[in-house]
Design a protein around this ligand. Structure first.
Ligand SMILES: Nc1ncnc2c1ncn2[C@@H]1O[C@H](COP(=O)(O)OP(=O)(O)OP(=O)(O)O)[C@@H](O)[C@H]1O
Length: 810
């Protein structure tokens, strides 16, 4: 239908005056209504393709049914439907004319929004969605273009249920790829929508999550050249770290967002308001100041009534409202002036104090103000080889999130992290309910590389420089593996199950159902290649139709498995050969940086997971506050101005499997008289939300930089809520030997190395083994550096994480 041709036409009480715009499902006109006399907007629905009389009748029936439900919604954040009708086979809706544009316009114009604005928008949209969901209406097509704005800035969700009216009867692949069909964007589609499954309100929550992601970062989580490529990522690729794109976003808030973007509906929030409240709480518990939530106050509805979102007065919601989600944080030191947190909230970035009634950290802090507590520097441990009382050598907590520079943590409890990807894959590999679903999912697998595949822990690697895109191979029908290598998909497997039809959209099309598998790479524990295998459809009709027997299919699977294993083994051989040509380790003194170390981008040795000379910010290290984190003089400096521990974490995927982690460091300023003059490595750092509470885990290996100092291995776990138990020393103190260069002069550069394999840890200093330890508390996590003493400064250089346990030579 030509939209322009309708201008001047009367539909019901309205005369169409001007075409405002045309979208995937129809055209919108500014119109003059005669009764009551007012300017309105009229949306004329247009089916996706010409309809025969039966189809038209079904379309109009859907229109009546869905519009009836949508028009019954009365909410201040939902565009009301004044009236709707059909005339000469044309279905139309009459709405108020809203002149403030759309959220899409605002995001295009201004990019990412301030945190408080994004939160307010989220809350308005969540309130609208909860209202609709309570009335049994699912939107199904939430996107910024469907969010209108009043001139005063109120958001109005529009187009409820329209996608169902217009799109029903079409398989999702038709909506995504059908020729001549207006293509709806898959950017906001939940995975279950992508494959055409039944959806419930949690699909809307996913789309709301995408919108929040976009409001915070200025971009949607997934990009691609074709709708199918984006859809494929919705299905199988974990979203990137919001914090990598929005560094001031606290980790707790990022985790809330990632939960909304969970691939499986069951892993998302149950209601939109739960999502919004969790997001607000996460921000506030991290110290972000926000205005009053519209969710917590009545807001005036279109009808002038006070609208109270569902459940807000119920005891559970009420408590949720006043009870913040504890972050990685503890109550602020009471006397710390820079701790403005309100009652019941937590200041960002401070690990709970663990010293109660014992020795205070030097420099004061919470405990230093307690009467009768001596300064740590005045207390010498009775037996330097036995573990000190924890309180004696630890500062009053640790600084974690002051900068908002947290590592990527996927909002998933630690224990679930490792399973996340296999579960996603198994979701995809479940026997299909319908043939077309499977085939569609299979056809979504793009030949052009998707976003970087995660390591097996289910994290997306970002900014790590470890993912190398081999150039010139992008359109060859190959899937990129998590190692940065390309695994070619066999064009003719001989089984007939996998056939590459590299069409215009560069998509791998498969003529049979497939499943995505991860196959371990021979000889490289923890490494996998991604591949696709044909599956035996649950529905035997496929076999019958294709005439392929079960036995043949089983053989096909075996053949394909062997092929994938061979490819994996070949990759290993190839990489192994290459790896022998480059140095295994780099734990130089830090006083000089070799030319190979300089290349902080893509390492050439596949065993090198991260190589960073730390002479500039190549990996998204924290740089704020500037007086705490700085790249200067060819090194990364952490200066601790607080009574807590200063920490910086490498914003990348957690490492699991055996690794060797080394950093060189030199103390620039410190206090050799203090028992807290400690600094060192932090590793297997992870955060998760357990029982609505954020939990932080990590290990540290630290050195006390003074004559007669020692090394210590610590474990941090705040899950108990008992501050006295957060820090636990593992093993005994180990006295410094000749290997350690005590002091702060130019020569006092030391390289600390930790090798870890499962529960076994070995620590090395300047190439000499100083400690062995065993602990099985944490299996995976981030690496970083820790500086404990207030007013101390340590310069770090030459960070290297390699796969496997590699004894350092220096
Ligand atoms: N009630 C309204 N008042 C003023 N402008 C409106 C109103 N409803 C929609 N519009 C505008 O009309 C234009 C077309 O809207 P329409 O919903 O048809 O397309 P879309 O949202 O861009 O795409 P899609 O149909 O795929 O959702 C958009 O620019 C939209 O902002």
């Amino acid at each position: 239908m030509n939209a322009e041709a309708l201008i001047g036409r009367a539909l019901g009480t309205c005369t169409l005056q001007r075409l405002i715009g045309q979208g995937g499902m129809g055209a919108v006109y500014q119109a003059q209504q005669s009764r009551p006399r007012r300017q309105v907007a009229v949306k004329v629905l247009m089916p996706m393709s010409p309809l025969n009389p039966n189809q038209l009748a079904a379309f109009l029936e859907r229109f009546r049914r869905e519009t009836d439900a949508a028009a019954s919604l009365d909410h201040p954040n939902i565009t009301p439907v004044h009236e709707y009708g059909e005339q000469d086979g044309i279905a139309y809706l009459v709405m108020p004319y809203i002149s403030g544009g759309t959220l899409r316009d605002e995001l295009e114009r201004f990019g990412p929004l301030p945190l408080d604005k994004a939160t307010h928008y989220l809350e308005q949209l969540a309130a609208a969605l909860d209202h609709a969901h309570d009335h049994g209406v699912i939107h199904r097509d939430i996107k910024p273009a469907n969010i209108l704005q009043t001139p005063e800035g109120r958001l109005l969700l529009t187009d409820f249920g329209l996608v169902k009216i217009v799109g029903e009867g079409y398989a999702p692949q038709v909506r995504l790829t059908g020729e001549g069909v207006p293509v709806g964007t898959p950017d906001y589609m939940a995975p279950e929508q992508v494959i055409g499954s039944d959806v419930d309100q949690r699909a809307d929550l996913y789309s709301l999550g995408v919108i929040l992601f976009q409001m915070l970062t200025g971009t949607t989580p997934f990009q691609g050249e074709t709708p199918m490529q984006i859809a494929a990522q919705q299905l199988q690729v974990p979203p990137p770290s919001p914090q990598a794109l929005r560094p001031d976003l606290p980790l707790a808030a990022a985790q809330v967002l990632l939960k909304a973007l969970a691939k499986k509906p069951v892993d998302r929030y149950t209601t939109a308001v739960d999502f919004a409240i969790s997001f607000r709480n996460a921000l506030q518990s991290s110290g972000v100041q926000l205005g009053v939530s519209p969710l917590l106050n009545g807001v005036t509805s279109n009808t002038g009534r006070i609208f109270i979102p569902k459940g807000m007065l119920e005891p559970a919601r009420h408590s949720a409202r006043i009870q913040t989600v504890p972050g990685p944080t503890a109550p602020p030191p009471q006397a710390e002036p820079a701790a403005p947190a309100a009652r019941g909230q937590f200041r960002p970035g401070v690990l709970p104090s663990k010293k109660l009634g014992q020795v205070s950290p030097v420099g004061g802090g919470l405990l230093a103000r307690a009467p009768g507590i001596a300064d740590a520097s005045a207390v010498a441990p009775a037996d330097p080889l036995s573990p000190l009382p924890i309180e004696a050598a630890r500062p009053a907590g640790g600084l974690l999130s002051r900068t908002g520079k947290f590592p990527l943590v996927n909002g998933t409890p630690k224990d679930e992290m490792a399973q996340q990807i296999p579960e996603q894959l198994s979701t995809m590999t479940q026997a299909p309910q319908q043939d077309f679903n499977t085939q569609f999912a299979a056809s979504l697998l793009p030949s052009t590389p998707l976003a970087p595949q995660p390591e097996s822990a289910g994290m997306v690697k970002r900014n790590t420089g470890t993912l190398i895109a081999p150039s010139g191979q992008q359109n060859t029908g190959a899937l990129r593996t998590n190692t940065g290598s390309l695994m070619s998909i066999n064009k003719q497997q001989g089984t007939g199950a996998l056939t590459l039809t590299n069409g215009n959209n560069e998509t791998v099309k498969l003529t049979g159902p497939v499943k995505v598998v991860k196959v371990p790479v021979a000889g490289q524990p923890g490494r996998y290649v991604t591949g696709i295998l044909p599956v035996i459809p649950a529905d035997d009709k496929i076999s019958e139709r294709s005439g392929v027997s079960l036995g043949v299919k089983i053989i096909s699977i075996s053949v394909a498995t062997v092929l994938i294993l061979l490819v994996g083994a070949g990759m290993f051989w190839f990489m192994h050969n290459r790896s022998s040509q480059v140095p295994q380790n780099n734990t130089g003194s830090g006083s000089s940086v070799t030319s190979t170390q300089k290349t902080s981008g893509a390492p050439t040795d596949p065993n090198i997971l991260i190589q960073d000379p730390l002479d500039h910010n190549a990996h998204g290290w924290a740089e704020t506050p500037a007086d705490m984190y700085a790249f200067k003089d060819g090194a990364y400096h952490i200066t601790n101005h607080t009574d807590a521990s200063g920490i910086s974490l490498l914003e990348t995927s957690p490492f699991n499997g055996p690794i060797t982690y080394a950093v060189s460091m030199r103390q620039i300023a410190g206090d050799a008289n203090s028992e807290v003059n400690t600094f060192g490595l932090i590793f297997r750092f992870s955060q998760s939300v357990q029982n609505k509470k954020q939990v932080t885990h990590f290990y540290t290996f630290e050195v006390l930089n003074k004559k007669g100092g020692y090394y210590r291995f610590w474990k941090y776990d705040d899950s108990s809520g008992d501050k006295n138990k957060f820090w636990q020393q593992i093993g005994k103190n180990v006295n410094l030997g000749n290997e350690f260069k005590v002091g702060q002069d130019a020569n006092a550069t030391n390289t600390l190395t930790a090798t870890m394999d499962g529960n076994k840890f070995t620590f090395w200093v300047n190439g000499k083994k100083v400690m062995d330890a065993t602990d099985n508390s944490y299996a995976t996590g981030m690496v970083g550096m820790i500086v404990n003493l207030k007013n101390s400064e340590v310069a770090f250089r030459n960070l290297l994480v390699t796969r496997g346990v590699n004894n350092p030579t220096h």
